[in-house]
Design a protein around this ligand. Structure first.
Ligand code: SF4
Length: 334
């Protein structure tokens, strides 16, 4: 393993390399997801397709949110960004480009995309102390002494608000509970920043704790120069951090717009329901033809069952709804 030179202290803090330094000469999107489709053999000669034709970009240092109900495909999208984490029988089509390079061309673990799963214990080694894990991460990248690595780890713990950080370094992951485990993950991010940070909605926390953590993680992502992708059922949780929002229904993007546009003028009835925190009853239509939302849509009309909708309105904004531009949808569920 080639080490980088020992980090020097800078005004920003620990002086560890950020994703925007060194080899970054790419001027396009930090992450481009292009027609991503994930399918499984259904055992009857056909295919189950939980994610189809998903596309979006994230610019460097910016943030995109994917909003959608449970089962819409948010977590599968996140797992696809680390294809070796997909089930062995999954077939993945489309392209995922990190700074212009197809991530499947890179060895596992080197893609520069970090996914914070809904359970932070997934990412922590239960038999190594937090201090060991943080200093391992530092020494993996930098030729520095144990002592300096431990000092940087201590500073990282302080920066993310972990009480008694020196004692915390000697503790194991199971000694931390709830939000503190996320703060440990946040400390790791400050010393080993990914190019893209994916934050899946934390499990088992109330709205206040979720919001506090999301604020902390987005703040760190911005500070260390990572692009961020936020996944949530709750648009209110992510909207304030995101430049763009992608609305995902039944594995399809139904709209992808600037965050303020989408929040003020949702273009699809499903997005409107999400914004209004309104449960949508009914089954998702089997993916054959027409609008997959039609069995649940209060605005459905004859013709919605014809081919897959994609309408661009007069302002150039696309949405998967035949009535896009005609419906007067609101952000409180219309
Ligand atoms: S295409 Fe029809 S069924 Fe689908 S969201 Fe639009 S109005 Fe509703």
């Amino acid at each position: 393993m080639a080490h980088t030179a020992a980090p020097e202290r800078t005004q920003q803090g620990n002086g560890v390399t950020t994703p925007d330094t060194a080899e970054d000469v790419w001027s396009g999107p930090r992450l481009r997801v292009e027609n991503l489709t994930v399918s499984f053999d259904d055992g009857e000669g056909g295919a189950h397709i939980p994610l189809r034709d998903v596309s979006f970009d994230i610019k460097p240092r910016s943030c995109v949110g994917i909003i959608g109900e449970a089962g819409a495909g948010k977590t599968l999208t996140a797992r696809s960004l680390q294809p070796h984490h997909l089930p062995a029988d999954a077939r993945m089509d489309g392209r995922i480009l990190l700074d212009g390079e197809d991530i499947r061309m890179r060895p596992p673990g080197s893609a520069g995309i970090q996914v914070l799963t809904r359970n932070p214990m997934d990412a922590l080694n239960p038999v190594r102390t937090i201090g060991q894990q943080l200093t391992d991460a530092l020494r993996h990248r930098h030729d520095i002494s144990d002592r300096f690595a431990r000092q940087l780890a201590l500073e990282a713990m302080e920066q993310v608000g972990i009480p008694a950080p020196r004692r915390g370094l000697s503790r194991y992951p199971h000694h931390f509970a709830g939000t503190m485990r996320y703060r440990v993950m946040a400390a790791a991010l400050t010393i080993n920043p990914p190019r893209v940070l994916v934050i899946d909605e934390p499990l088992g926390l109330d709205h206040g704790a979720q919001a506090e953590l999301t604020d902390l993680l987005c703040d760190i992502a911005h500070r260390v120069g990572s692009a961020a992708l936020l996944l949530s059922r709750n648009p209110a949780l992510v909207a304030g951090h995101c430049q763009r929002l992608v609305s995902l229904h039944a594995g399809e993007v139904v709209e992808n717009a600037r965050a303020d546009d989408l929040l003020q003028r949702p273009a699809h009835p499903y997005t409107s329901a999400l914004l209004g925190d309104r449960e949508v009853d009914g089954l998702v239509t089997a993916p054959t033809e027409g609008c997959l939302f039609r069995g649940r849509c209060a605005h459905a009309m004859a013709g919605c069952e014809r081919t897959q909708p994609m309408v661009v309105d007069q302002r150039g904004r696309p949405a998967r709804c035949w009535r896009h531009g005609e419906l007067n949808l609101s952000a409180v569920g219309g």
